[in-house]
Design a binder for this molecule. Structure first.
Ligand SMILES: Nc1ncnc2c1ncn2[C@@H]1O[C@H](COP(=O)(O)OP(=O)(O)OP(=O)(O)O)[C@@H](O)[C@H]1O
Ligand SMILES: [Mg+2]
Length: 393
């Protein structure tokens, strides 16, 4: 476990100072891309030290983004010389301290101040999220089986958890044939069936007694192990569960069956985000079109819908434009098809957790950002402009 990471693309500098960083247990990465892949994999990271040769505009972009995405991480920047204008832009972007490359003591002090601040912030953030009145309910839905609802739900839950800094409840509402237990390799000992007897008087300890803890920040409410129990899970129980869970969790991700059951409607009614999932094949397209019409009939607000276009890159004769036109809305995120997805399913480990840099995981991460209200499109646009600007110089 490493709380610190040092980004140093300059091999000579790394040969000089690398061993000293390693001696204090600091992980080392050589590029911004490597750093971006490192952070979701090591969620305990509190400090990023950026070496002097990293382009300043990239550092500013990275810092501004991380400030929203992972506010606990402090960035300390090393520069060959300190220019007042640069220091000012750094502080505006949220860089905690800027230190001259030759000032080894200065770097050590700045790093330890930043880590102290992160630890203090961690306590404050936790207590302020604990006071937040409502977790947001995110329901993935498609009237057609096999289009990737469960894969998206489990990976989205992992992405939203942001390494344990948010509390997530993943609910398997595919009450008869739910796959969440298999996809996360969880024992089916506790499930929503345990809540049936508590209906009407469910309380927080009752809820905690039926959820399975998956990893820090992620609890799972599994589907009953026997399909016969599903009919006893009534709509009222779902409403009760969601009402109870909302003050406790930051996000509640709901996986659903391919049917509009009473229980699914209860979840859809209360959802902050509705995620219709579409794949580029005509039967699914038709069903999702009908789903969206149903959302209209039920007056679910359009700005709360995020269309997930799964297997968007499959070359099967339907273009992105065809799909979006048929459904009547643009896709919020395009998730690529990859054989790594079924491999991860068979391994029982969400791809987002084992390969956060995989294009599938990156797409899920963008979806999580949308659900959390973070506009990554703007950040990416800014990044592209910055690159174009650099190329022009
Ligand atoms: N982007 C993808 N790339 C490759 N395979 C995928 C992708 N998304 C889903 N799959 C595969 O499609 C299959 C169905 O996925 P999943 O079980 O998530 O769908 P579902 O809609 O929940 O299905 P069900 O109706 O059985 O509940 C799985 O084997 C999964 O690995
Ligand atoms: Mg499923």
């Amino acid at each position: 476990m490493s709380l610190y990471v040092y980004l140093e693309p300059d091999r000579d500098r790394l040969a000089q100072v690398g061993p000293q960083f390693q001696a204090i247990g600091c992980a080392i990465v050589h590029s911004m891309a490597e750093l971006e892949a490192h952070l979701p994999r090591y969620p305990e990271t509190l400090l990023v030290i950026v070496g002097a040769t990293v382009d300043l505009s990239e550092v500013l972009m990275f810092t501004a983004y991380q400030r929203l995405q992972r506010p606990l991480i402090g960035v300390v920047l090393v520069r060959r010389e300190l220019r007042p204008d640069d220091v000012l832009s750094c502080l505006r972007a949220g860089v905690r301290e800027v230190v001259e490359e030759s000032d080894w003591d200065g770097l050590r002090n700045a790093s330890s101040r930043s880590v102290d601040l992160s630890k203090a912030l961690s306590t404050t953030l936790r207590s302020s999220t604990e006071q937040s009145p409502y977790g947001r309910v995110v329901t993935v839905f498609a009237g057609k089986g096999g289009c990737g609802r469960t894969v998206v739900a489990v990976n989205l839950a992992a992405a939203l958890a942001a390494g344990g800094s948010r509390r997530i409840l993943l609910i398997d509402l595919d009450l008869q044939f739910g796959d969440v237990a298999i996809m996360l390799k969880l024992p089916p000992d506790r499930s929503i069936a345990g809540a049936i007897a508590m209906a009407g008087r469910l309380d927080e300890p009752g809820l905690r007694s039926v959820v399975t803890s998956y990893r820090p920040g992620i609890d799972v409410l599994l589907a009953p192990s026997s399909p016969a129990q599903a009919e006893h899970v009534r709509r009222e129980l779902i409403v009760e569960l969601l009402d109870l869970a909302r003050p406790i969790y930051d996000f509640i991700v709901v996986d659903t069956p391919a049917l509009v059951t009473d229980q699914v409607l209860a979840a859809l009614d209360i959802s902050d985000w509705l995620l219709p999932i579409v794949t580029p094949d005509l039967p699914t397209l038709k069903t999702v079109r009908l789903t969206v019409e149903m959302f209209d009939m039920l007056d679910y607000p359009r700005d709360r819908r995020l269309l997930v276009f799964n297997r968007a890159d499959s070359e099967v004769g339907l273009t992105v434009a065809d799909v979006e036109e048929a459904i009547g809305m643009p896709s919020a995120v395009r998730v690529p098809s990859s054989r790594e997805v079924p491999v991860s399913v068979n391994r029982g480990e969400p791809l987002y957790l084992t390969s956060p840099a995989h294009p599938f995981s990156q797409a899920v991460s963008r979806l999580a950002d949308r659900c959390a209200g973070i506009d990554t499109a703007q950040t990416h646009k800014r990044r592209l402009f910055a690159r174009a600007g650099r190329a022009a110089r």
